[in-house]
Design a protein around this ligand. Structure first.
Ligand SMILES: C[S@@+](CC[C@H](N)C(=O)[O-])C[C@H]1O[C@@H](n2cnc3c(N)ncnc32)[C@H](O)[C@@H]1O
Length: 332
């Protein structure tokens, strides 16, 4: 991982996205986003692509790509921490649309690798290819039309990502996609919206990956069953995304950022060193103490209180974040 590289990938994506809306009247872009959001709420799974033409895709990419990029990047960073030294030699992004996950992979691991982005929506692939011209790691990427279904096969690669896609599929197609990913790759990273339904789909996918012989690398510190009793809660995380002027127009308000909630699983066949425990809620900072909700290896959920008398650990607790591993590496 390289923080300065990821910052520059982020900035490059932002500037490529800003360029997309040049010449598109602001009201028209906001209108397209609103229509697509309504469509996404009402009609899943769909029989045909929702993203129909360039204007749809440009507006949707400008609106959603920064958030999906940040969510996938957070998941990949947690995954990379659990497989130190492992670098994907190839990447396939299934249902990749305009390539947010391909950008996130290039922000997580330096260097170039063969990349293929598969999707059934040609306008999304075309726009993804156009945006990728700004990112040296993606200039040679293949943007390939492909329909996810029970006949899906994925070429052999090191890493398969599936971000914000399971939501759009029928149950048999979700199962076929996860099984095809497990056959194709050493590592599979699946990201879904951070909702109870998104979490349920992630758990289904996690179970299939474990049955295929994978280990969970993140977010769970273990590969046992999730300790959350079904229906009582859902495991999710949050990534901070700075808002563009298009966001402010669609959503109103003047906040400079918003928090993208997501659920994910990163699983692999290579040896893993998962976090000792993971912080699964926003830490609560009180006077002289920090409350941390942890998922632990046993597996169990536990709240721990770190107080001033814990010294360095207390300072680390004040600085830590939802989604981080605990205790921090230097304290372990
Ligand atoms: C919400 S978008 C997510 C795009 C991208 N993965 C991201 O994170 O920004 C869902 C994508 O899945 C694609 N998709 C949905 N159903 C599909 C299917 N049956 N076959 C191939 N692609 C599909 C859509 O065209 C769309 O690009």
């Amino acid at each position: 991982m390289n923080a300065s590289t990821s910052l520059s990938v982020d900035e490059t994506l932002r500037s490529a996205l800003a360029g997309l809306l040049d010449g598109l009247p602001a009201r028209q872009a906001a209108g397209a986003v609103e229509r697509l959001i309504a469509n996404y709420r009402g009609a899943t799974p769909t029989e045909a692509p929702i993203l129909r033409d360039r204007a749809d895709v440009a507006a949707y990419a400008a609106y959603r790509m920064p958030a999906t990029f940040e969510a996938v990047r957070s998941a990949l960073e947690a995954f990379a921490d659990a497989v130190p030294g492992w670098v994907p030699g190839g990447h396939v992004d299934v249902g990749g649309g305009t390539g947010a996950a391909a950008w996130a992979v290039s922000a997580t691991w330096d260097g170039e690798r063969p990349v293929a982005v598969l999707d059934w929506a040609e306008p999304a692939l075309a726009l993804g290819r156009e945006l990728a011209a700004a990112n040296p790691a993606l200039r040679a990427a293949r943007w390939q039309r492909s329909r996810i279904g029970t006949a899906l096969t994925i070429e052999s690669t090191d890493l398969v990502t599936v971000s914000y896609v399971l939501n759009e599929l029928t149950a048999p197609d979700r199962a076929a996609l996860v099984d095809a990913a497990a056959r194709a790759a050493q590592a599979v990273v699946i990201v879904e919206p951070g909702t109870p339904d998104g979490y349920t789909r992630v758990i289904e996918a996690r179970d299939r990956l474990l049955s295929a012989g994978f280990h969970v690398a993140a977010p769970c510190p273990h590969s046992a069953a999730c300790p959350i009793a079904p229906g009582t809660d859902w495991c999710h995380f949050s990534a901070r995304v700075s808002r563009s002027s298009l966001h402010r127009q669609v959503k109103g308000g003047s906040l400079a950022y918003e928090d993208e909630k997501f659920s994910y699983v990163a699983a692999t066949r290579v040896p893993v060193a998962p976090a000792p425990a993971r912080i699964v809620r926003k830490p609560q900072i009180r006077k002289g103490q920090v409350l941390l909700d942890l998922c632990e290896k046993d597996p169990s959920l536990r709240r721990t209180t770190v107080t001033k008398r814990h010294g360095d650990l207390y300072r680390a607790a004040r600085d830590t974040d939802w989604g981080s591993s605990w205790p921090p590496a230097t304290e372990a």
